[in-house]
Design a protein around this ligand. Sequence first.
Ligand code: TXA
Ligand code: MG
Length: 336
Amino acid sequence: MLIKFEKPIYKIMELLEATPENIKKAAGLLKKGKLVAFPTETVYGLGANGLNPLAVTKIFEAKNRPSFNPLILHIAGKSDLTKLTSTTDEIIEKLTGKFWPGPLTLVLPKKNIVPDIVTAGNPTVAVRMPGHPVALKLIELSGTPIAAPSANLFGQLSPTTAGHVVKQLGNKVDLILDGGKCKVGVESTIIGFVDGEIVLLRPGGIPVEEIEKITGKIKKFSPEDTDSNPLSPGRLPFHYSPAIPIRFFDEKIEKEITGKKVGALLFKKSHTGTNFNKVIYLSENGDLHEAAANLFYALHELETADLDLIYVEPVPEKGLGIAIMDRLKKAVKKYT
Ligand code: TXA
Ligand code: MG
């Protein structure tokens, strides 16, 4: 499959199925300093050669991302971690042994080889080995760590299909590799170390309870702490927001929806009563893994369904529900 979009101001973007041949082509583009969007198990990433500062600049430009927001470097083998950081703590071995490849990002002291633009001047670098065969092959063939944020415009919904990437960044990337829908559906869990203590910087695809089985209790920064915590990702008040207003269910609902086209994002099949114009269940059986995998997909659907407002039902804040609620609270914050 080959679709070409011609946009005079930007580039000619290609959307290609992630076949071995096309992954090779994508790796060639990365080597030349170009931008490639690719699937990971969490969300699609917008990748550039992570050791080439000029290539990395293009990521910030394409996303309209503030340059103080550092990027994750993606590697294809656990041993590549030592090229980027000097830390060899036993706990790191245990965490990577258990969770890599997979949705865990570690923030560690950086080596000089890591450009300052990647870390936004921080002395630390965020690293992860993704659990997706296309991502791993792409990194391996490009022969360099790939710097990649989620492939969305800054502050907007994260992409879990190639179509979502086309919607927001279609004319700003050189190539999009289509590897189908992302299985995890929320971004990686980010762990850092502050004064020798392990801290959770972002809840994500690996439930923090799973990590605590190895590390013991982890200190968590809630979104409200982010002002006083310079290390915490997503320091801005809102993030992950659809283009139309979104709110949690509350008692005002009946009054507010009169005369409006309203969509509902429900956790499981239980709600009755109110008539909505469109209803999406994150998981009919109330499974949090399924709910996470469907979260951004459902929000993209509702965003483009010609609605005035989205009502969302909170999910239980345990396991992957913690990451889901983190994303939803930030999405809602834009409209409160
Ligand atoms: O699952 C994921 O992590 C996806 C896929 C593409 O790998 N990537 C992703 O990247 O979510 P991004 O840029 O959307 O979110 C990464 C977060 C940012 O909020 C950033 O602030 C934080 O990681 N981060 C990166 N480097 C950091 C560092 N040195 N210290 C603290 N936070 C860091
Ligand atoms: Mg992001």
